[in-house]
Write a protein that binds this ligand. Structure first.
Ligand code: 7RM
Length: 650
């Protein structure tokens, strides 16, 4: 019962460490004071218009910055531009054709260096390939590829001719692929024979073939040769990428697109129901991702940027393909896993390419913690100057580990909160301006308005509640493909006129935002609403713990009881009583887990988010529901066995 407006979510955490931007970082930074915040606050439409005109090249100017009829936004209406032209042509025209766009590295160690001129040439040819296969403006194209440069080529080629892409993560099953193709009624599928993962080829084309048996809208399939694995090609329907490219004509002018023309669909699964095809459009989206990529990462001309996401997720769309390329950045793109051939693969890549900006997920950082600090210590990481995280709340201790062992105490960390639906980063430090606190994403970016609300929709000025976005922003989703009612129900019905993000958040004494995880995961223990994130962070703050997942299991006495699953750091050991007491000391007796189970791994989605729903099922002894989105299904069966054997602690 922590704030004046009731007990929406109790705030338990505390954090006294502060990290002001280091002086030598500030010396070269683009944003070093609050002027940009003041400008955006004074007139946010004018602010976004300035970003759009400064950062992008428009074929025709817009007539109106924003048309906002809740929940429908139109940004830069009347403006015309082409996304591929902004990502490629204009850099080549400015004399930067020989600048490296992508240092690509395959998992087996093969490499490709692709300049902006190379990438433009490849995209022009492939745009012609798509046209020759009958793809026209507005048609949907599905992309199901490994992390190879052709993924970016395929996306940019769609953008060039005005086709709408729908990328499906290469780790998804044939059924997921078929569902997404059918929902979008895609005409063409772009896939590969296979790709490399953990030292082996994983087959994609056979999975695609299975999907294709139930996807009548697909007329042509383009297959990139990557894995070298045997595939069957259906004559007339299936074509090799390299053969089509040989025949394609080299020049393809970029289509002029309306700012509000659809750029892509990206499906997000959510916890229940069928996946939602999130719609993103052209001018606002590109403005948002270019602006955030430039200022959140403080991009400078000699930077070597590396985002470790897969292009199949929104992070790959916005911060591998569109943001970095629109800014003319040089980046690393890596095909495989972080532990092949050794646990130091990422640090080896950082060292060899001289990576300066590194953007990864908390789940990866906690895995590195398990593997130990010796791995990064064996490499020269002195090129790094800025670190970023995205995907989940980062526990303060994981933040400190990242700061110490990867950033070597030198690099600011930007903890970036955003969603598939927001298109780009919304809440994050600006690294030359913002004093950070480990575990806090700090403040809404200039141009973005976020508030914490209680159950009644009243603004919480201090303490916990629900995160809402209170003003439209250029990169916001424009709807759910084929389901306008679901768009309204999911995001715009909880709080009138405001976007409901589905995350809990807390505002501290200094106005810093702390993300508390999905509101569906909030636990209710004896009437106290406790966020899983805060208990997990308390557990991770014990030096023996690398990672923790916490859930509320039904309990006769307290309503819900806290059950924790804990992974230890390499070589560390600790007992249950010590950990329970540690949580009590850190955040209070009410948050003390009733039971703690040790496990080498936690169940995660394929994008690395902890699946608490499954752990709740395990804790309550239920049959597991849908486990198809799990990265590694053996993790839960392992946990179920342990839960059956081990008596719950008290
Ligand atoms: C970019 C991405 C969105 C959900 C979001 C949050 C969680 C993402 C952070 C975070 C705390 C962060 N898109 N989330 N970033 N929570 N701090 N910095 O992940 O659509 O796949 O997921 O991810 O719950 O609602 S997503």
């Amino acid at each position: 019962m922590s704030d004046a407006h009731g007990d929406t979510i109790d705030a338990l955490g505390h954090e006294d460490r502060r990290f002001p931007p280091p002086a030598d970082f500030v010396a070269g930074a683009a944003v070093t004071d609050a002027a940009m915040r003041a400008e955006a606050l004074a007139d946010s439409e004018a602010f976004w218009a300035r970003q759009a005109s400064e950062l992008l090249t428009w074929q025709e100017p817009w007539s109106r910055v924003l048309d906002w009829q809740v929940p429908n936004a139109r940004w830069f209406d009347g403006g015309r531009l082409n996304v591929a032209e902004n990502c490629l042509d204009r850099h080549v025209a400015a004399g930067n054709g020989s600048r490296v766009a992508i240092h690509w590295e395959g998992e087996p160690g093969d490499t490709r260096t692709i300049t902006y001129a190379d990438l433009l040439a490849e995209v022009e040819r492939f745009s012609n390939v798509l046209r020759s296969l009958g793809v026209a403006k507005g048609d949907r194209v599905n992309i199901y590829l490994p992390m190879i440069p052709e993924a970016a080529v395929a996306m940019l080629s769609c953008a060039r001719i005005g086709a709408v892409h729908s990328v499906v993560f290469g780790g998804f099953s044939s059924q997921s692929l078929a569902d997404r193709i059918n929902d979008a009624e895609a005409k063409v599928l772009i896939t590969a024979d296979g790709g490399y993962r953990r030292g082996e080829v994983f087959a994609l084309k056979p999975a695609a073939d299975e999907a294709l048996a139930t996807t009548p809208s697909i007329e042509h399939v383009v297959v990139v040769r990557r894995g070298g694995n045997e595939v069957t090609m259906q004559p007339g329907r299936d074509h090799w990428y390299h053969e089509l490219m040989e025949e394609a004509s080299p020049s393809c002018p970029a289509e002029g697109m309306d700012a509000e023309d659809l750029l892509f669909l990206l499906y997000t699964s959510g916890t229940t129901g069928k996946p939602k095809g999130i719609m993103h459009t052209t001018g606002g989206y590109l403005t948002h991702v270019t602006y955030t990529h430039r200022y959140v990462f403080d991009l400078r001309p000699d930077d070597v940027y590396w985002c470790t996401a897969d292009v199949g997720w929104i992070t790959g769309h916005s911060y591998i393909v569109y943001g970095p390329l629109a800014n003319g950045a040089t980046q690393v793109m890596y095909e495989g896993v972080p532990n092949h051939p050794g646990n130091d693969r990422f640090w080896d890549i950082v060292e060899r390419y001289g990576v300066t900006i590194f953007y990864t997920a908390p789940t990866a950082i906690r895995t590195f913690m398990k593997w130990g600090a010796e791995e990064p210590a064996a490499h020269d990481l002195s090129s790094l100057r800025l670190l970023g995280t995205v995907g989940e709340p980062i526990n303060p201790e994981a933040w400190m580990w990242y700061h110490t062992h990867i950033g070597q105490g030198r690099c600011p960390i930007v903890d970036t909160w955003w969603q598939t639906e927001t298109g780009g980063i919304m809440i994050s430090p600006l690294p030359g301006e913002t004093t950070t606190k480990p575990g806090s994403a700090t403040f809404a970016l200039p141009g973005v308005s976020a508030e914490v609300l209680d159950d009644a929709g009243q603004v919480v000025t201090h303490g916990g509640g629900y995160l809402a976005l209170t003003e439209p922003w250029p990169g916001m989703l424009r709807g759910i493909w084929g389901d306008p009612q679901r768009f309204v129900d999911t995001y715009w019905s909880r709080f009138e006129g405001r976007y409901f993000a589905g995350d809990g958040a807390r505002l501290d004494d200094d106005g810093y935002l702390w993300l508390l995880g999905r509101v569906d995961d909030v636990m209710n223990v004896s009437g106290h609403r406790i966020s899983t994130t805060e208990v997990e962070s308390a557990l991770v703050s014990h030096p023996a713990v690398a990672e923790a997942a916490v859930v509320g299991a039904t309990d006769d006495t307290t309503g819900q009881a806290i059950v924790a699953y804990v992974s230890l750091r390499g070589g560390a050991d600790v007992d249950v009583t010590t950990l329970r007491n540690h949580v009590a000391t850190e955040i209070g007796a009410i948050a003390k887990p009733k039971a703690i189970f040790f496990t080498p791994d936690l169940p995660k989605t394929r994008s690395g988010k902890i699946m608490r729903r499954l752990l709740r099922d395990v804790a309550e002894g239920r049959d597991l529901g849908d486990t198809t989105t799990l990265a590694d299904a053996s993790v839960v069966s392992e946990l179920q066995q342990r839960a059956a054997q081990a008596p719950a602690e008290d």
